[in-house]
Design a protein around this ligand. Sequence first.
Ligand SMILES: [Zn+2]
Length: 274
Amino acid sequence: MRHILIIYTCHAACCGERLSCHPARSRRVYKFIDSATTRRMTIAAAHLALRMFIFAALLFFAVSSAFAENGKIFYSDGPSDQKKVALTFDDGPGANTERILEILKEKNVKATFFMLGVSVVKHPELAKEVAAAGHEIGNHTYGHVSFFAYKGADKEAKMESEIAKGEAAIKKATVTTPVIMRYPYGYSKKEAIAVAKKRGYKVINWTFGCDWEKKPTAEEMHQKYLGALKNGSIFLMHDLNGNPRVPEFLGKFIDEIREKGYDIVTVSELIKAE
Ligand SMILES: [Zn+2]
């Protein structure tokens, strides 16, 4: 429509006659205007397309980075571009907690304790001591149910109640509300992550752990942990069962981590930068 008006106006300005009077001339005029207009329109369209592309790209990156910051629920390590690692202790408080606390205090390290509800109920003062020393407390559920083995039809409801009971025990003893959790045995299937998310938790597994193995000596175990040291490592150990080998090498292991230029931080601190 716009083309026709332009042609008519131009033609009228040239000779004042109707387009239909000089079809050959009007075609030539039409061609000239069409070519120039097409060029302008092509340039304008290209500019518009470029602007739309830039806008879409910016929108995509904004949404992607927001999702990365807010949407990630499951972790088994921290950022690979930072020399930071975390030490985590599961199932306590228990037989090894006091000794581990002493070592961490001596080395001025803050660790993360994934406490088990039943252990907290048994040793509320010890749980309180861990919190008072400034360590991070995570929820390891209440009764250490293995959801790999659990076959009940109420599996998701059971997960939720285990998390809720563990959380209640931790809150009562330490007056802190955990925001990270670890399922027993590192269960991390889709429905487990969804339940944790619903309860407001991030789920943390580990990069390396072997302190439950019976064979290795303390030194062999120490070397295995040291061999797994890398950016973002989350180390798993236990403070419940009185494994005497962990306190034997923990202090030396901490020194070596630092000598190699790594910072030891809590899990929340470690994953914050992701
Ligand atoms: Zn456990």
